[in-house]
Design a protein around this ligand. Sequence first.
Ligand SMILES: [Ca+2]
Ligand SMILES: [Ca+2]
Ligand SMILES: [Ca+2]
Length: 616
Amino acid sequence: MRWLCWFAAGYLSAAGQASALALKPDPKAWQDTAVWYQIFPERFRNGDRSNDPVRDSLGSKEWVPHSWQISAWTSDWYARDAWEQAKSDDFFGTVTDRRYGGDIQGIIDKLDYLRDLGINAIYLNPVFWSGSHHKYDTFSFHHVDPWFGPDPPGDLAIIAKETEDPATWQWTAADKLFLEMIKQARQRGIRVVIDGVFNHAGLGFFAFEDVQKNGPASRFKDWFDVQSWDNPDTPENEFRWSGWHGIAELPEFAETASDGTGDLVPGVKAYLLAVTRRWMAPDGDVSRGVDGWRLDVAWMVPNAFWREWNALVHGLNPSAYTVTEIWKDAHDVTLAGGFDATMNYEGFAMPVKGWLFDTAITPTEFAAWLDRTRATWPAGTALRLQNLLDSHDTPRAASAAFDGRAGKKYKKRQEFDLAVSGSVSPKDNPDYRWEKPDQRAWKLVRMAVLLQMTYVGTPFLYYGGEAGMWGANDPDCRKPMLWDDLVYDQEFIGPDGERVRPQEVNFDRNLHAFYQAAIALRRETPVFHTGDFRWLGTDDDAGTLAFERSEGKARAVVVFNRSEDPQTVRLAAPAGWPDVAVPARFVSDGGSAVLRRTGGEVLVEMAPLSAAVFLP
Ligand SMILES: [Ca+2]
Ligand SMILES: [Ca+2]
Ligand SMILES: [Ca+2]
């Protein structure tokens, strides 16, 4: 009797859980339907001229002339101001000292633009206080950069009174405006995910400054991996510490085991967990906090820390999204650390470059690559991967397409040199095609975008791709955003300072309309969010491939023609395919295409360099 009751109770409880689940929507369902937009805050929009950075705000101020000034948003990218020429003969020797004045107000001003584009999730590069334009050298993880907010001097005065104790932390004007931005984004149905840079800090980080000043007497002495302390009996400073990739300006946080199997040291851990609570639940209110985090160089931080950190994040907010930045096989850290997904460099950006832009692999090899990198994820994770073409760490897609050509000599073939230095920037490769991409390159980009919208995982756009921006690898992928209401100088200077054929720089309205329509197609078609995936065929001679997404009775067929010639694509008719001609719902080049059935086959004439979506 006792056993029976126990069984019955268990049975009822399982049934009760099932009906509760049916009534309660999955808190993470939004992660399947996200259309991501990456914003690099310094370069997105200057919404407030009064807070523009001053020379004193630069981490590199001692190395820039007193004549330093903010760069004009609409200026010719490779043309150089007088202060730059005074410092160096080389464009690349001063470009990282530039500031353009982008800020939080600028993002708020353009939330309507993002909503109208169809965006429902933003990933922000770091917003916390730092001395660089990219802000990966953090000075404070608990404050938004004062020059992103309305009152830099007031914010600095507040910050100066605080310690590592969260009880001392105030909300600065920049912090408050950032929380206002989250609120206004949410009102437009847009989620906000921020960058968690938890492997290292910057030289201006308060704890590191204290260690530098007080040496072994600092209460933060255990926070960093100190290799040698200064010997006061010698004139030189022997203080040495570990920096990210050997870069001393990025002091790494200490770990409890030198081989990465430990944890972050207790002081650092307590600080970062407090920071996480602060931004997830400001003043304890999750509804005012961020929707998740992108974790910089996630493989360089111990999994033990990530497990505890993810438990905290998802405990505070079960709908939160956490995504690793990993360039190679991301499974170990992403799954062992308890993350929701990874930035899909390996399973999307790299193979798309390899096939669509460079034709270094055949359609069949491309299909095998996608299978290998998709099927190895749990099904739920695969739907939530961020399928990107480019980011702040790669050339822009249009430049990758323009520079793409068969027979390339790669430095790292397994990555198709997506972001390999010495290969994809005019800085160290004089053959790189950094110039304005031609129409053919944009056709390839449109095909790639349609793949983002229809493949398993979520489309992830880098700011300005939809506006027609181009550029080689960092720094050229970080130009100021192209806006329709601004007039830009032509580009008539090259990276070596020589005059080149003038190139028009304009917001591309046609391209923008294409993105808007492609995003709408994605958002209105649930089969692209959660549907099953299967290949319908690849043809290496013709340069074509096709796949199907299906869920219940819904289906979509997507066909690509990568060749420079028209191609007739023939496929075995999918089960239940209608006996009537099906016109394409969307064609990447703006043309038309019709799928016709003949017996057991369906076939479609595809224009060169085009992709088409059919929704029978
Ligand atoms: Ca500004
Ligand atoms: Ca000394
Ligand atoms: Ca580390």
